[in-house]
Design a protein around this ligand. Structure first.
Ligand SMILES: C[S@@+](CC[C@H](N)C(=O)[O-])C[C@H]1O[C@@H](n2cnc3c(N)ncnc32)[C@H](O)[C@@H]1O
Length: 394
């Protein structure tokens, strides 16, 4: 049976979260293992790898391996050769201590590896998921790259946006289930640059078994996307015409994406995602009009009496409501900058990952109730998920 520490190592490596591991105290003193081995992520031309640095008495040797190989080798070294490991991740410093029978004691402390993480992030940003000079067929077909792999000057922003999106997806892949086909839905997919990109990353590059559905109201756009998927041979990518709120064709989905779906269409997508038990949600809201019409507060009149300020405040409030309601339901939520705000003001991405161990958070619910009472609002997402909230206390 795979032990928890082995699962954790696999998860950290898949998510690019292993910042450093130091293995020490060899089990045997006969020199068969280096007294110390240090493992670090390194960004090579062909992507993220891990460097194993073996510190023997008078020499240090190196070896670079892929993520999958690194996970396997690290676990094997800990099973066979070392009694101790200190593993640094963005969330914690984790110490593993193995007894004579090979049983691990795990000690977790606050993280000290943030500087290294920043360096890695920096490297990662330079190394885009879709590299210039290497033509991806979908980018050529969508008119972003030439067949030689050069990005058209006018499509640089789109190219950056696609790469940014894929980086953000890569960061949460570890939260998706493994060992079976994944179902992903893109609500309000439009011309589907990002849906094709997601398929390219997961099905073509990573060879994962996935099934993606793109849904949109516009029949002509869906016809275009269906034709393109067929032309590219993306046989597990399907497009359908339909309204998000009325889409009933699935019982479950692992990941829901909704990028720039207008106003409460985003809420309908989030409600579906929650009801399907989606492990990952990526949402960039757009045209948040709903609360603009509802918000009222005398205390906030310096903001609410100015149309422009009110509009921005209402948009922030809408996203705060969405994020908090997802947290009430046990999701871990991050609000991220999607693209440089100079290109579009619609640049906030809500990224949520489900924590299966986390039930309803009464603390978050109470915060939410006070917030919505203060602003006299009745948000669509709360109504759409009305059966999920704690019953009012007597
Ligand atoms: C601004 S576009 C964004 C397209 C794409 N997701 C992107 O980010 O590039 C918004 C899309 O959402 C679709 N949409 C809006 N409301 C919808 C609804 N209720 N059901 C399905 N699609 C919807 C629109 O038809 C439009 O194609």
């Amino acid at each position: 049976m795979t032990e928890q520490w082995q699962q954790d190592i696999g998860r950290w490596i898949r998510a690019g979260e292993l910042l450093q591991a130091t293995l020490s105290q060899p089990k045997r003193k006969d020199g068969s293992a280096a007294p110390k081995t240090v493992i670090r992520p390194v960004m090579l031309k062909n992507g993220l790898h891990y460097q194993f640095e073996y510190h023997a008495a008078n020499k240090v040797t190196h070896d670079n391996v892929t993520g999958v190989q690194a996970g396997e080798r690290l676990i094997e070294l800990l099973q066979l050769q070392y009694r101790q490991a200190l593993i640094k991740t963005p969330e914690a410093d984790v110490q593993l201590l193995f007894n004579k029978k090979g049983k691990a004691a795990v000690l977790t402390k606050p993280p000290t590896g943030t500087a290294r993480q920043a360096a890695l992030q920096h490297n990662r940003q330079k190394q885009r998921v879709l590299e210039e000079g290497k033509a991806a067929p979908f980018l050529v077909e969508l008119g972003i790259m030439t067949p030689e792999g050069h990005v058209h000057a006018k499509k640089q922003d789109k190219y950056r946006q696609i790469n940014r999106f894929l980086e953000m997806v890569t960061d949460v892949l570890a939260y998706l289930p493994t060992g079976r086909e994944l179902t992903i839905v893109d609500f309000g997919c439009g011309k589907s640059y990002l849906t094709f990109a997601l398929y390219h990353l997961l099905a073509v590059e990573q060879q994962r078994s996935i099934n993606i559905v793109g849904l949109d109201l516009k029949a002509d756009v869906i016809a275009f996307c269906s034709e393109l998927a067929e032309k590219l041979g993306y046989d597990k990518l399907h497009f359908l015409v339909g309204d998000i709120a009325e889409y009933e064709e699935l019982q479950a989905a692992d990941m829901v994406v909704t990028l720039h779906a207008c106003d409460t269409a985003t809420d309908a997508a989030l409600a579906k995602a929650v009801n399907w038990g989606a492990s990952v949600i990526m949402s960039v809201p757009c045209c948040q009009h709903e609360l603009f019409r509802q918000i009222s507060s005398d205390t906030l009149s310096p903001i609410l009496s100015q149309g422009l300020l009110k509009e921005r405040f209402a948009a922030l409030t809408t996203d705060a409501v969405r994020g908090t309601l997802l947290e009430v339901l046990g999701y871990k939520v991050q609000m991220l900058e999607f693209v440089d705000p100079e290109h579009t003001p619609k640049n906030l991405l809500i990224r949520a990952v489900r924590n299966e161990q986390q039930g309803l958070s009464m603390k978050k619910w109470e915060q939410y109730r006070q917030f919505r009472q203060f602003l006299s609002i009745s948000p669509a997402l709360e109504q759409m998920l009305s059966e999920r909230w704690p019953a009012p206390s007597e």
